[in-house]
Design a protein around this ligand. Sequence first.
Ligand code: MG
Length: 267
Amino acid sequence: MQPLDSPARPGAILSFDFDGTLYHPAENPPVSPRLFQNLERLRREHGALWGINTGRSIGHVAEGLVDGRFPFAPDWVVAREREVWLPNEKGRWVSHEPYNKQCEANLARFFAEVQDVLDAIRNEVEEHTGATWIEQPGDPAGLVARTEEEMAWIMERVQALTANTPHLGWQRNSIWLRFGHKDYQKGSSLAEVARHFGVATDRVFAIGDSHNDFEMLSPDVAAMFACPANAVPDIRAHVSQGGGHVCLLTHSEGCAEALEHFFGTGA
Ligand SMILES: [Mg+2]
């Protein structure tokens, strides 16, 4: 799978959350043809570079592109909300350096500093809930709850236990939680992508449906931001209050609607 032909000059950056926004496996086809048509048109008319900004790992993104029957690859990917990946001439994903290595080094140092707090959270979660703690390469600390209710309880405890560690952040997506540094999230990753391609914030678009999309749905990183109609209530309220576009349509149909809202429907 290859990206669309490179534009003479990048003129816009389009950032899409994957699960629940671009991709909804229950729909057939899983991604709307109207979205692909818009991406091709905006490439021609605006030199728009589109990408996926997700909590998935890069391998899991590649699987999703096949499952979603994408006719062309994205121009960039943000995986695990913080790693930037770019395709080489052969269409293989290459880590964006030195940015990614610097990010991992900063995170490793930071996690060593906050180990006591993470241990306290883990102890409480394992004692009082049925949630599973996750600790693996690339994911130094996280958990998966059994239900949204259980996650709501855990979130209250996390907030109390992290009151004195202001830089300890987390990304929540439904029953999944990943701890990290507040300076590394989808918004900071999108800013790095825009910086890399030399595109100003007023030409950056972002759309997402869930809690881990908060930071990229912000005028600081994307002057144009939106959420699909199926977004969680907190995101709908955030987008609406911030002057973004709350779509009438769900998932990838909503993505197409939002692009047409901000960029028009073309000639
Ligand atoms: Mg999502």
